[in-house]
Every structure is written in C-alpha cells, then in structure tokens.
Design a protein around this ligand. Structure first.
Ligand code: HEM
Length: 479
C-alpha cells in the first residue's frame, strides 16, 4: 500500500471482523446496493486485513477507468486458474498480448459479419419452439441455456450439438460449470476461498473438447491449403483466416502458442479463442432471455405491445384463418424496435454480468480520493442500472423509457451490460442479434406464465441466474 494515502472514502466498518464478508458472500447484490445507497460515488470497505475494496458508483469514473485508464487495471491472479481450461483467450489474457488478439478478432464480430449467423439463430429457436406442447411446463432457463449453446456451437464450429455430438454439449456444460466457479467477478476479492484443482470430470471434458477443436482446426487448415475453405463459413474458419498486419506482434505469455510468422494465429491460440467464445458466448445470453420471458409474464401490457409489434412486422393470421407469419431474419431487426427495447430494459433490471472487478496497478486518483496500488475495485452493473439518479422508478420494467432522447441524456456508463473499452464484450453484436431474433421467434408462437409455486431469487454467480430455475407454463398463441 502507498504510504501517501491519508483519506479513505466512506464505507461500512464493523467491530466484528468477518460480518461484512459473511453478508457479502450471502447476498452480494444487496450488500453492494446498500453500500452504494449509503456512501455514494466511491465507497470503501475491507474484507479481511489485506482486501481493500473500492466500490465505484459514478458512471463518469467508470468510463474513465474502462476507456481511458484501462492500462492501470488488471483482471488479476484468479484468472490464472481459469487459464487451465480457457488458455490465453480474450477473457483470460492481459496486456499487449490481449490487445493484439483483440485487434485480430474484432472484425469477425462486426454486426455485418454476425448477421450471416441470423439463420442459425432462428433455425435453432424454431427447433425449440416447435417441440414444445401447449400447456406444458418447461424450465425456460434450462431451455435457453441449451438453445444458446446449440447456436454458439453451430456458429463457431458448424457443429450440431444435438444431432452430431451430444457429448460435445455435455463436455461444454461441464466446462462451463467449472469455469463459472473460477471466473466469479467477485472471486478476486474472495481470494481466500480455496480453489480446488479441476475435478476429473472437467479434465475429461477439456480433453474431449481439445481433441474435437484441434481435429477441426487441422481439417480446416487442410482445406485452406486446397483453397477449398469457402466451403465453411463458421467462426472457426474466420479465426484461422484472421491476420494481423503487425507481423511482429507479441506471442502469448504462456509457452507452446507462439504466433505464426504470417501474422495469423497458431493452432493453440485458435483453440483458446474457440473455447473462450464457447464459454463467454452462451450463458450470458441465456440469462438475458430467461429474465426477459419472466418479465413479460409479469407485465401483460408490455407483452401485448410486443405481440402487436411482432405480428405487424412478421405477419399473423389472415382473414381466412391461415397463418401467414414469416420467420424473422436479421434484416427485420431494425423494424423490431420495441423488441429491442424489451431486451434492453430486461438487461437493465437483470444485467447478465452484474458486476466487474479489477486490481489497481498503480495508485489511482478518482474524485477526491487516491486508490492505492494493490486494491480491488468493483463496478456493478446491477447497482448502476437500479440507481434512481438515472432511472425513474428503477424497479419498474418499462421498455418505453428507452427513447432516443433518454438514451442521449443518459451518462454512458449508467447502462453498461456489456462493459466497455478494450475489454468490453466482443460478442455484443452477436448477443443483440441473437437475443432479438430468439425473442421474436418464440413470442410469435408462445406466451408463458410462471407456475404458481415458482420461487424467484437472484443467484449472482458469474452471471445473474435465477436460483431456482424458471418454470413456465406454455400457452400457444397460434399454431
Ligand atoms: C447478453 C449477452 C452478453 C453479455 C451481457 C455479455 C457481457 C460481457 C461483459 C460485461 C464483458 C466484459 C467483462 C469484463 O470487462 O470484465 C464481456 C466480455 C466478453 N464477452 Fe460477452 N456478453 C454477452 C454475450 C457474449 C457473446 C454472445 C460472446 C461471443 C460470441 C461474448 C464474448 C465475450 C468475450 C470473448 C469477452 C472478453 C473480451 C475481452 O476481454 O477482450 N459475449 N461480455
């Protein structure tokens, strides 16, 4: 700690050591929300003798940290363990190597590129909606997890989890469950909780996935040599093609993955990015959709307005009783403006990534305070998104609040479900397109109602999940 620190921001102090940490583990969202309401823009608390935590509740400070001063903040040690599964992918790498990978991969995720995956998204959503039966009860959380996993597998590897490789789906689910424990956004401030080595199941899953991904890489490389690569249009092929004009870019810090001399990624790097996209690219969207369907079931007026938009954009039943609705496509998205607002407002109330943490590299000045090197900072989407300074009636689900004027007035980081800056979500365009198309495709045919004894409780693990799942009864809108 720097010796110059004379003034700590306000925050909770307890005579009984351990009380705050217990509260924090038991209900981190409530703890952070209470601290922010009580202590304002920058709050300070200690979790144990060496854990100095600064909770940042001011959108301008968050913007400065994520956009302008990001070099001073690191994701930290805990990621080292996630690396055993994900390798040096975008989520786990830092510094120059991360920046290079980011530059290389960013173009693949531009909206224009991602629109080509719209058909996969709706094909899979149709598969799910068509196998549901009227009045059935489903766990929409589970369904959305499987749906988004299917979509990401098909988009990245051109692999159909259901028909071609059920074991791939299982291996990915095991890997996801394990890596979730490693990547917890508050993990870095709860470092005392021991991290166990990967259990046998996770190691086996990793082996299976590695063998699949390396096999496909070698297959694609073979086709590339035969100039036959146009045959594939999945993200894997695009990753193999991605080329950095700066050929002398840094090699990854870990051994065994040296960059190829032509500015393209080595097999190991491609494998790490594929695994990263798998893990980062489906649970978040699944949660966003789960909470959206929950909210729609609670707000019939919003649901009615959504139905009206979807029916008017995509068609409905004609005067002779024939279903003349069409399957949504990525080109329809600009017309599905209310659908987009519904998703936006749902991610405000239930941000899938509910908080982000960083370590401070060098003493950092924020407002009237200096945050010493070695401290932890937290920026919580959940806390900011519920702040009455920015959102009138913050607990209300009100998609109509998202007018262009409102968006223009809002400080940029009072709404940041995708983070921001060089470490912001690379998959954001993918998530918007996927989320909007899935909502439209499912709502075209189905309404959902929560079953009477369903308990709703937040489970703020790495993503914000419903603790007891989300069982809903299906009601068919039209055949
Ligand atoms: C609603 C859906 C999603 C949400 C809310 C979300 C949120 C986020 C957030 C907040 C971060 C930044 C974390 C931090 O700075 O600590 C992030 C990073 C990331 N996301 Fe997403 N994400 C979503 C979907 C996706 C999808 C669909 C993909 C891939 C297809 C993806 C891939 C990634 C990757 C690779 C990173 C690491 C970026 C880097 O550090 O350079 N995400 N995401």
């Amino acid at each position: 700690m720097s010796s110059e620190i004379t003034k700590y921001p306000p925050g909770p102090t307890y005579k009984m050591p351990g009380k705050l940490i217990r509260q924090f583990i038991h209900d981190p969202i409530k703890t952070l929300s209470t601290i922010s309401q009580k202590y304002g823009d920058v709050a300070y608390f200690k979790l144990g003798p060496k854990q100095h935590v600064y909770l940042i509740n001011n959108p301008d400070y968050i913007e400065k940290m994520l956009i302008y001063d990001h070099r001073n903040f690191k994701k930290g040690k805990r990621l080292q363990i996630a690396k055993s599964l994900l390798g040096e992918g975008l989520v786990t790498s830092e510094g120059d190597f991360h920046n290079r990978q980011r530059r290389l991969i960013q173009p693949i995720f531009h909206s224009r590129q991602i629109m080509t995956y719209g058909k996969i998204m709706t094909d899979y959503a149709i598969r799910f909606r068509d196998r549901w039966k009227n009045e059935d009860t489903i766990d929409i959380s589970q369904e959305m997890m499987e749906l988004t996993l299917g979509i990401i597998c098909k988009s990245v590897l051109n692999y159909d989890v259901e028909s071609e490789a059920k074991q791939v789906g299982k291996a990915l689910t095991t890997t996801r469950n394990y890596s979730r424990r490693l990547q917890s956004p508050i993990g870095h401030i709860l470092d005392k909780i021991p991290i166990l080595p990967a259990p046998r199941g996770a190691r086996k899953a990793k082996k299976e996935l590695d063998s699949l991904v390396y096999g496909l890489i070698s297959d694609r490389r073979h086709h590339q040599q035969e100039s036959d690569n146009n045959h594939y249009d999945d993200l894997l092929s695009r990753l193999l093609e991605a080329q950095d004009s700066n050929l002398a870019g840094p090699a990854p810090p870990s051994s065994g993955g040296a960059q190829s001399s032509n500015g393209k990624m080595s097999d190991k790097q491609v494998r790490d990015e594929v695994m990263t996209i798998f893990i980062a690219g489906h649970e978040t969207t699944a949660n966003a959709l789960t909470w959206t369907f929950y909210l729609l079931s609670q707000y019939p007026d919003v649901e009615k307005k959504l139905h009206d938009e979807i029916d008017s954009v995509l068609g409905t039943i004609d005067e002779n009783g024939n279903d003349v609705s069409k399957i949504p496509t990525a080109e329809d998205i600009p017309k599905l403006q209310y659908t987009e607002k519904v998703l936006r407002e749902s991610m405000r109330l239930y941000p899938p990534v509910w908080t982000m943490g960083r370590y401070v590299e060098n003493d950092y000045h924020v407002g009237e305070y200096t945050i010493p090197a070695g401290s932890s900072i937290l920026m919580s989407q959940y806390v900011m998104h519920h702040d009455p300074r920015y959102y009138k009636e913050p607990e209300q689900f009100n998609p109509d609040r998202w007018t262009e004027e409102f968006k223009a007035r809002l400080p940029r980081f009072s709404y940041f479900p995708f983070g921001g800056g060089i470490r912001g979500c690379i998959g954001e365009p993918f998530a918007w397109i996927e989320g909007t198309l899935i909502i439209a495709t499912i709502v075209q045919k189905w309404t959902m109602r929560l079953i009477p004894d369903q308990r709703i409780k937040l489970d703020p693990a790495i993503t914000l999940r419903p603790k007891y799942g989300m069982k809903m009864k299906l009601i068919r809108r039209k055949s």
